[in-house]
Design a protein around this ligand. Sequence first.
Ligand code: AR6
Length: 170
Amino acid sequence: MSIEAVSGDITTERVDAIVNAANSSLLGGGGVDGAIHAAAGPALLAECRALRESTLPDGLPVGDAVATGAGDLPCRWVIHTVGPNRHAGQTDPALLASCFTRSLDVAADLGATSLAFPAVSAGIYGWDADEVARVAVAAVNGYAGRRPDTIRFVLFSERLLSAFRAALAG
Ligand code: AR6
């Protein structure tokens, strides 16, 4: 089992599943969500719309996760999670931890052996890089279920990369 932090664009990761920092609508947005939908193409949005019309009519709750296929992306699945939005007063670290643990639950259900996470909530949703890194690493390290063989945090800035490397170093 390896847990690593690298810099890069998560849309190019050749892993079984990548995690999307989505919003409750699941219908796209900016940041990594926009990048994932742009790279995946319309099949991803169609699957998200189908989820909204079937099992998630009210959207995906904050802290929860759900899987779709990956359209044109090199991975097999996208696991969408919704981070807490600090700008909307969602400041409970347990909600952020839940994004990581629920994504791991979904990855286990899929049988994914490799998984890439972005820094959920560290962008538009306004959480501090160091806090996201601490919460994410603690959630993954403390996860009691079956974890993928490879877990990779894929970070979009040097600031985030150093925050995650520090958290992984303990
Ligand atoms: N690969 C990896 N990381 C990325 C990429 C990429 N291609 N693009 C951006 N990031 P954000 P949030 C980083 O804002 O804070 C969307 O509109 C980015 O630098 O994507 O959870 C959704 O629809 C940052 O470090 O997600 C929601 O409405 C991290 O990904 C809202 O934003 C997360 O930033 C979610 O906000």
